[in-house]
Each structure stands twice: as structure tokens, then as C-alpha cells.
Design a binder for this molecule. Structure first.
Ligand code: SF4
Length: 687
């Protein structure tokens, strides 16, 4: 028996795991007491990972047109189809759609192949659905996508504000850490969420605001901080730039009463929160999908950051705005530039960056402008402009908004490749070529969690069947397409070192890796790597990577959602259950995890149910402009009136109803391209 230190497969907390292999594909799981993210703690999903590592449902060999094929044949087929399509229609006629489940090494190879060699930036990721509004907000405010917080800030904060985050269910180990801060130090907790979730149980204040009114709430807070005299004038003067008229405009309509009306909140509760905030300089404001997954997501992020900049609550212990991500490696993808809107290594498409990366990769044909973001990408597939698509480790036929359109797009696309560890997914049913990828417990590489800690994910078992690491699969295709020299990697370590070199080569200030004497990268010992957080305490010196070294306040306006959404009688909100993950391809294998919630429920306020003649347990049809699906009704006063909540996990493979994926509209934030999953116009009827 041997114990191997690795990381959890699921959320962006990025917990360290001590895995003891006890037999063939058998493992016992414990929290790694040495890992800074969790210090030995795990949640139910991580604890039961051992129940999900069997071979049930695995894709074990390549398939072409539904028939088993050799790797050689499958690689040749993929390379030839992509090369032919590019030759005939140009580089923008092909695309990759990848995943926060990929390791950083996989992401790096995918990004390099698409942007540096195919010559298009049509590589986007399911992280677009998760945190791209935070990326856009950080970039607008700081000049660069940096998360200026760490979990240690939670240990040091006197006030923790959770906005749009059911942390108790979606990031449970962070929630445990917050509870410890409350028990040990009396830290206050405020939850801002239209739903009364389990996260609210221990909160000092829960503000059950109107969906989409977060900008108003934060502007009201900023106005209160100014009136209470807690703005940091010295920090504002030295480190922050404000657009003309910013402070004058704050005087209009942001008083307590107007804000309470805009947010549909009791003024006394709002005042209590504002006064608590003003009294506690050590404040962490943690935000998640309730902020990001909105057609106003980027403005909402900047409304939060504005308050922290204006009060100087950034770059100091226990004081920061903190975007917490959904997936284990959403941050690693950001670090290599694995989004259609970034180039590589935290660089955008500025001409000097394009030149830097072109020279570093010796790239024959480098992309010089952003590519298609997720929702637009699938629209272009359906319209026939993208003719060859490679989907890696994700299930867009369920997870993207307007899943019906995504299915039409996949069905119409002349060539679809799916690499996945699972044999039968809603997306792989459309694949012309299926490629078996390594799963958790077989992968070997690095991931970056929400607080910028880079950790190793290590292999526990041999690869299943003929499965291969994602980076290996892409490397073979790249070689077959004629780029053997640039894709000569023999291991994940080779790729990681190249990624480290690019990050420091262009660097100056990206801080991803430490540089020792003679330019050597000092935290790059791959095999023995201990978890390390890059970047220290960002902005501790009051300097930002924006023009003049100053951060920027962004003028944001509260606008009603029905500016862009049609008016229907109800609003649908969507999200996760505690013990399931994404489309349940892994968590669905664990009998114990399935006990928590056995079926998808539509959570409805009792008065709305009464108005519709619906009783607890009835079957109801939920309809939106996009589609409809059937759920069992669960009546609860945790919902606001006029709002329904349904879970995202169930797909065709598990049930004919409960298909939340069919319901959200493909409307996106104009800055980030992130879809607004949290507020879809809806109606319901009893069946
Ligand atoms: Fe895994 Fe997240 Fe749970 Fe930690 S909190 S054990 S990373 S699912």
C-alpha cells in the first residue's frame, strides 16, 4: 500500500488529498493535512472519490463512426480532417471547446496548438460559464486578471461577505474555514443571495435581495462608506483612478431608501449590513456564480471591487474581493491563456504580446485577435461557419444555455471529435471520433485553485484500457499535422517547464514562478512539487498593472434585467446540489452521494404554488422562452416569491425530466460573454 499526495477532482477550493491505493482500482481517501487549501479537511464529494474510480462507463479505446479503431488511425483521421478543413476554409473554420477539468499541461498544449499553429483563437472553455465575468472585472479594475486574495485572508478577516454563493454546498471546505473563523475569532458573516440557502444558517445577516440588483446594493454601500468617512483617501490618491464624474454621480439615487427599494430589502437590514461593513476594515467579499452568471456579471464584479478599492481593502491581510471558482483548474486555464479572449500566459492580443508569443513558440501562424466565446462558438457551428470541432472533457450538450441549439449545432457539424474518459455522454453521441482520455486517478500534472495555489494532481492507477492523457492526444495530432518539433513533449513535466519559461519570459510582473540566480525558475521541481501559491499578496505595494500603476474604479449602472430579458410571470434560477457535480458522470457513480437528493426538484414559494394550484410533490412543467422540462415541486419559503430554483445536474441519460439545461436563454454579459443562468423568464403549470 502506498499513499500518494494529489488533489481533488471537483471544485475550485482545490483540496489536497492523501490517497492510499489498497488494491486494483481501489483507494482510500483522506484530506492532506499539509495542503494549505484544506489542512486535512474534505467535503462529502471529495471523501467519496474512491467510489468513482472503477471502470464502469469508461471509454476504453478510440472509436471512429461508433466502431473501435486504433490510436494511429484515429489520430490520422483527426489530423487529416482538421488540416483539410483549415486548408479549404481557413483557420477560423475549426474550434476547440475545452474544460476546467483539464490539467494545466493539457490546457497549455491545446492553447498552443490552436493559437500558435492552427492560427485561430477559437479555443474556449466551460470556464466561460464559471468565472469569465470575474476575469473581465479584474482586468477592468486592475489591468490584469489577478485574484487578490487567499484562504488565509478568511482566517484574518473580521467580516466575511458572501455574495451569490451557496458556499456551504458548493465550496464546503471554504465554508468550514469560515465557520472556524467565526468560532475562533468571532468573525461576522453576511450572505447576499436571493435564496435562503444552507449558507445562511449561520449568517449574522442574510440579505435576500431581488435578483440582479447587486450593483444597486454595492453602490449604496459605497455611498454609505463615503458618508460614514471610511473611504481611504490616501490609497485613493496614490493608487486608484476614477473616471470623471464618478463621485458626483454616486450622490444620485444611492441613498439607503432608494437602494432598499431597488433591492427589495428591508431598509433596517440593509443599514445593519452597511454599518457592519463600515466598522470592519478587515473585510473579505467572496463572490461566485450568483454574481458571475449574469447578463450584468462584469458590472456586478466591478461594483464589488469598487467598494474594496475605495476603502483601501485590498493588498492587506484579511481584506480583499475574492472570486471563488467552480472547477479544480479554472485558474490554470487562465494562467496559460486558455480562453478565446486571451492569448497566452495572462497576455492579451496586444501586438507586442502577439510578437512575444510568436517568437517564443516559433509559431508559423499565430492568432492576432480574440476568437469565439462559448455561446457564439456553438452558434457559428450551427450556422456552418465552424466545420470541425474538438470537445475535450466537457458536456456542452447539457451545460451550455439553450442546450437544444447546441445539439442542433453538434448534429449539423461535419466533423466532431470528443475526447473524454466517459463512453456515453450527451455530447459524445454526436461524435464522429471518440478518443479515450485519462480520468482522475490516472492523470498526472498540475492544477491551480481559487487562491492561486498550484498543486500536483498525481496518478494513482495505470491508465484504463487504451486511455491517454489529453496532452498526449493533442501532441500526437499536432505531430501528424506537421509540427513535430514544436510538440516534442514526452511528459507533463516537459510542458510545465515550457509554460514556466513562457510565463517568466514575457513576465516582468506576472509573478507566476519565482526566478532565482541566472534566471533559473526555482519553484519548478515537477516530481517533488509542494503546493505553492504564486503572487504573494498582490497589490500590497499599492501598485497595479494598469496605466500609471493605478487601479480603476469603473462607473457601473444598475439596470433592470428586463431591459434585456422578456417579461414572464416568474424567474428561474439554477444551481448545484451539495453532493453532485456538473452532469453527474462521476458523482452519479457513488451510491452514498446519490442519497442526498435523489431527483431534481423545482423549489417554489408556497404562495406561488398556491396561486398555480400546485401541492408539494406534484409534477410541474417549467417553461421558458427556450424550452420546457418537468420537475417534482418542492415547496419552500427559502425561495423569494416569483422565483423558482432547479438543479443543473440531470441529463437525458438519467431522466426524461429535470432537464434544467434546456431552459436558460443564450444571453450573455457583453464584456465577458458569460451566460446569465441565474435569471431566466419562466412560467409553470401543474401536470
Ligand atoms: Fe473537493 Fe471542493 Fe470538496 Fe475540497 S471542497 S473536497 S476540492 S469538492
Amino acid at each position: 500500500m502506498k499513499t500518494i499526495r494529489t488533489t481533488c477532482a471537483y471544485c475550485g477550493v482545490g483540496c489536497g488529498i492523501a490517497a492510499t491505493v489498497t488494491g486494483e482500482r481501489q483507494v482510500t481517501i483522506a484530506g492532506d493535512p499539509e495542503h494549505p487549501a484544506n489542512r486535512g479537511r474534505l467535503c462529502s464529494k471529495g471523501t467519496h472519490l474512491g467510489e468513482t474510480v472503477g471502470l464502469q462507463g469508461r471509454l476504453l479505446h478510440p472509436e471512429i463512426a461508433g466502431k473501435r479503431a486504433s490510436w494511429d488511425k484515429a489520430i490520422r483521421q483527426v489530423a487529416r480532417k482538421f488540416a483539410d478543413t483549415i486548408a479549404r476554409y481557413g483557420p477560423d473554420s475549426v474550434a476547440f471547446y475545452v474544460s476546467g477539468q483539464l490539467l494545466t499541461e493539457d490546457y497549455y498544449v491545446a492553447n498552443k496548438l490552436m493559437k500558435g499553429f492552427i492560427g485561430s483563437a477559437n479555443i474556449d472553455t466551460n470556464s466561460r460559464l464559471c468565472m469569465s465575468s470575474a476575469v473581465a472585472g479584474h482586468t477592468r479594475a486592475f489591468g490584469e486578471d489577478v485574484v487578490p486574495a487567499s484562504y488565509e485572508d478568511l482566517d484574518q478577516a473580521d467580516l466575511i461577505v458572501l455574495v451569490g454563493s451557496n458556499t456551504a454546498w458548493c465550496h464546503p471546505v471554504v465554508y468550514q474555514r469560515i465557520m472556524a473563523a467565526r468560532a475562533e475569532r468571532g468573525a461576522k458573516l453576511v450572505v447576499i443571495d436571493p435564496r435562503r440557502t444552507e449558507t445562511c444558517d449561520e449568517a449574522d445577516i442574510h440579505l435576500q435581495l431581488r435578483p440582479g440588483s447587486d450593483v444597486a446594493l454595492m453602490k449604496g454601500l459605497l455611498a454609505h462608506c463615503r458618508d460614514a468617512g471610511v473611504l481611504d483617501a490616501a490609497f485613493l490618491d496614490a493608487s486608484v483612478a476614477a473616471p470623471e464624474g464618478f463621485w458626483e454621480a454616486l450622490g444620485e439615487g444611492n441613498d439607503l431608501w432608494s437602494t432598499a427599494a431597488a433591492c427589495d430589502l428591508p431598509p433596517a437590514d440593509l443599514r445593519a449590513f452597511y454599518e457592519l461593513f463600515a466598522r470592519h476594515p478587515r473585510t473579505v467579499t467572496m463572490f461566485s456564480q450568483g454574481i458571475n452568471q449574469s447578463v450584468r456579471g462584469t458590472d456586478q464584479v466591478n461594483a464589488i471591487i469598487n467598494v474594496h478599492l475605495a476603502t483601501g481593502r485590498i493588498g492587506k491581510p484579511g481584506a480583499a474581493p475574492f472570486s471563488i471558482t467552480g472547477q479544480p483548474n479554472a485558474m490554470g486555464g487562465r494562467e496559460v491563456g486558455g480562453l478565446a479572449s486571451t492569448l497566452a500566459a495572462h497576455m492579451d492580443f496586444a501586438p507586442e504580446n502577439v510578437d512575444t508569443v510568436r517568437r517564443f513558440w516559433a509559431a508559423p501562424r499565430i492568432a492576432d485577435k480574440p476568437g469565439l466565446k462559448a455561446v457564439d462558438l456553438f452558434r457559428q457551428v450551427r450556422e456552418g461557419r465552424v466545420k470541425a470541432l474538438w470537445v475535450m472533457a466537457t458536456n456542452p450538450a447539457v451545460s451550455l444555455p439553450d442546450a437544444g441549439l447546441v445539439r442542433e449545432a453538434l448534429a449539423a457539424c461535419p466533423f466532431v471529435v470528443v475526447s473524454d474518459c466517459i463512453a456515453d455522454t450527451d455530447t459524445s453521441r454526436f461524435a464522429h471520433v471518440k478518443l479515450p482520455a485519462a480520468g482522475w486517478g490516472e492523470k498526472d500534472g498540475t492544477v491551480t485553485n481559487s487562491e492561486r495555489t498550484i498543486s500536483r494532481q498525481r496518478a494513482l492507477f495505470p491508465l484504463a484500457g487504451e486511455a491517454k492523457p489529453d496532452w498526449w492526444i493533442m501532441t500526437q495530432v499536432a505531430r501528424e499535422m506537421g509540427w513535430a518539433d514544436a510538440f516534442g513533449y514526452e511528459s507533463g513535466a516537459d510542458i510545465y517547464r515550457e509554460h514556466a519559461r513562457l510565463s517568466t519570459y514575457q513576465n516582468g510582473g506576472k509573478r507566476l514562478f519565482d526566478i532565482g540566480e541566472h534566471g533559473a525558475i526555482t519553484n519548478c521541481d515537477y516530481d517533488a512539487m509542494e503546493p505553492f501559491r504564486w503572487g504573494g499578496t498582490p497589490f500590497a505595494d499599492g501598485r497595479f498593472p494598469a496605466p500609471g500603476g493605478k487601479a480603476r474604479l469603473v462607473a457601473v449602472e444598475q439596470r433592470p434585467l428586463d431591459d434585456v430579458l422578456p417579461k414572464w410571470p416568474l424567474t428561474l434560477n439554477t444551481g448545484r446540489y451539495r453532493d453532485q457535480w456538473h452532469t453527474m458522470t462521476r458523482t452519479g457513480l457513488s451510491p452514498r452521494l446519490s442519497q442526498h437528493r435523489r431527483e431534481p426538484l423545482a423549489e417554489i414559494h408556497p404562495k406561488d404554488a398556491e396561486a398555480h394550484g400546485i401541492a408539494d410533490g406534484d409534477l410541474v412543467r417549467v417553461s421558458t422562452p427556450q424550452g420546457e422540462s418537468v420537475f417534482r415541486a418542492a415547496l419552500t419559503e427559502s425561495q423569494r416569491r416569483g422565483e423558482i430554483f432547479t438543479p443543473i445536474h440531470w441529463t437525458d441519460r438519467q431522466s426524461s425530466g429535470g432537464r434544467t439545461g434546456l431552459l436558460p436563454q443564450p444571453l450573455v454579459d457583453p464584456h465577458s460573454g458569460q451566460p446569465g443562468f441565474k435569471a431566466t423568464p419562466a412560467r409553470m403549470e401543474k401536470l
